[in-house]
Design a protein. Structure first.
Ligand code: 0RQ
Length: 497
């Protein structure tokens, strides 16, 4: 056996030559957490290969595991080529979502923090290959990742073979933004040695046995990150309510004067929430300890409202990423990218006292939250990191507009049609209508609070009648009527009475 860090050079391959190394039935760990840092050229070539194999009448599908969602060149291309047999832990691509909801791709939804350890524990079977985007690879096997870390270090360590997309779009100067640390596994696990959001505990690159690297594909491709919608009246009002709630908690002395690190979810609402926190004069400059560093974080950092950001991906729209690259030294002092196993780690979330803010699809009057499914059946994206943070947060907040689909759906319902976060983990619910503080309240008191503060006026009377029409038990729920709103929507296209 060669020495693990024996210097060597790597074969340079075209994307097609790289894809030819992949065999039907393999399990592949791809880099990427959101479109940031996702492999692009090889998955695209792999999709073309799958189409050719299918045209020749041969089976060709692979298991696809990533950090979280990816860009269209990975999930979109492979799903359209019907090349994904199974997928975990998260996705947000319309073609893949369709394939999953039609039962053509097996998908299982996982808390993102547990994915890497489940790979190491062998719970997901053998990993044949890791396909990873990098901005630098040294002859002795040091791989410098790009705009995300995600689960790439674990895939690189666990897979038999490695293919690298060396993407010149990302500067080699990214070296130093990453903090790569993998915990030992039980029964030898030790405390993760972090006590602040800005601690660095690991290395700047992932070290692998260079013999495992079977080839390098050179690319020059931007991340496929879409621009955010500008905050509208609704998302701005939700953001203002979140900021007002946190300012009041600070005022009441329940949040320490120096404030606590914030975790903020993905999407347009989360973007608006951070913006509103920055604009609220009663909230002091704060740190972000989250999963995704998105555009609003960079804006707030420039204004001094966010002093440090720890995440696992730098999911920035192209103009904002260019700005970061032009001032890389400034941002490298203020941003660290960690493996998702660390960015989302329950031990750290509990220790640092993270305030979690995530978006729900629907919430019931007792505070149970559905983050993942539409009308009980169809998958939207997945639970992502929302459970990692919510369950362990100092204060856990869920936000959503009180209505969806132009008012035909009340997002507050008698009983969620799918449950991701139970009433035991959810402390505060915020819509554009107001703030429901569920702490220290029993189920009936919670329901009264949510109906009074968060429900849209179009649905308030009906939900109030539901609650007060059911008088029995600790949790007043009617098994016969709990899904009446959902059933009405499915039958008529609207939940309205
Ligand atoms: O669809 O655009 O077709 O109208 O769902 O909803 O309001 O644009 O909200 O972009 O913030 O996404 C929960 C999906 C929200 C996201 C979810 C429809 C609605 C719209 C999107 P249209 P919005 P956002 C990790 C954080 C889970 C993972 C997570 C998510 C579309 O936040 O995937 O929390 N979260 N990760 O119309 C039917 C309902 C609906 C509905 C909304 N009740 N029924 N459709 N929609 N409610 C932690 C980090 O650190 C990042």
């Amino acid at each position: 056996m060669t020495h693990p860090f024996h210097p060597r050079t790597y074969p340079e391959l075209t994307p097609e030559e790289a894809a030819a190394h992949v065999q039907n039935g393999m399990t592949i760990g791809f880099s990427g957490f959101t479109p940031a840092g996702a492999a692009k050229a090889i998955p695209k070539a792999l999709a073309a290969r799958a189409r050719e194999e299918h045209a020749a009448g041969r089976e060709f599908k692979v298991g696809v595991v990533t950090g979280a969602s990816t860009g269209d060149s990975l999930d979109g291309e492979l799903a359209r080529a019907e090349a994904i047999s199974w997928r975990t832990p998260y996705q947000s691509n319309s073609a893949l979502r369709k394939s999953i909801n039609e039962g053509k791709t097996h998908f299982f939804d996982m808390h993102l923090s547990v994915l890497p350890q489940n790979v190491r524990y062998g719970f997901l079977g053998k990993f044949h290959m890791a396909i990873v985007e990098a901005c630098d690879v040294t002859a002795d096997g040091q791989i410098v990742l790009t705009t995300s870390v995600g689960a790439a270090p674990t895939f690189l360590h666990e897979a038999d073979q490695i293919l690298i997309e060396l993407n010149e779009f990302h500067p080699v100067g990214l070296r130093g933004i990453h903090d790569i640390y993998e915990p030992y596994d039980p029964p030898h696990r030790l405390p993760i040695p972090m006590t602040t959001a800005h601690d660095r505990i690991g290395s700047r690159s992932v070290r692998v046995d260079p013999e495992k690297i079977i080839g390098i594909v050179r690319t020059n491709l931007p991340d496929e990150v879409a621009a955010f919608k500008e905050p509208d009246e609704m998302t701005m009002k939700i953001g203002e309510n979140v900021a007002a709630f946190l300012a009041a908690e600070l005022q009441a002395g329940r949040i320490p004067a120096e404030f606590l690190p914030i975790q903020s979810g993905v999407g347009n609402i989360a973007n608006a929430v951070l913006g509103a926190m920055g604009s609220n004069p009663d909230i002091p400059p704060f740190q972000l300890y989250s999963e995704v560093v998105q555009d609003s974080v960079i804006e707030l950092m420039k204004k001094g409202d966010i002093t440090f950001a720890s995440g696992t991906s730098l999911t920035l729209s192209p103009p904002v990423l260019s700005e970061v690259y032009e001032n890389l030294d400034y941002f490298k002092d203020r941003i660290v990218l960690r493996p998702q196993e660390i960015s989302n780690n329950p031990e750290i979330v509990r220790r640092l006292g993270i305030i979690s803010i995530n978006t729900a699809i629907e919430i019931d009057i007792f505070g149970n939250v559905n983050s993942t499914h539409l009308m009980g059946n169809d998958l939207m994206n997945g639970i992502g990191g929302s459970g990692d943070f919510t369950r362990n947060a100092f204060i856990s907040i869920f936000t959503c507009p009180s209505v969806a689909k132009r008012g035909d759906i009340s997002t507050i319902v008698p009983l969620v049609s799918h449950m991701d976060h139970s009433e035991h983990s959810v402390q505060v619910v915020i819509t554009e209508q107001g703030i429901a503080d569920l702490r220290g309240k029993d189920p009936t008191e919670r329901a009264e609070e949510i109906i009074a503060k968060c429900v849209h006026p179009d649905y308030r009377e009906e939900l109030d009648a539901y609650l007060h029409g059911v008088i029995e038990g600790h949790t007043p729920q009617s098994l016969a009527m709990a899904f009446e709103l959902h059933q009405r929507f499915l039958a008529t296209g609207s939940m309205k009475p």
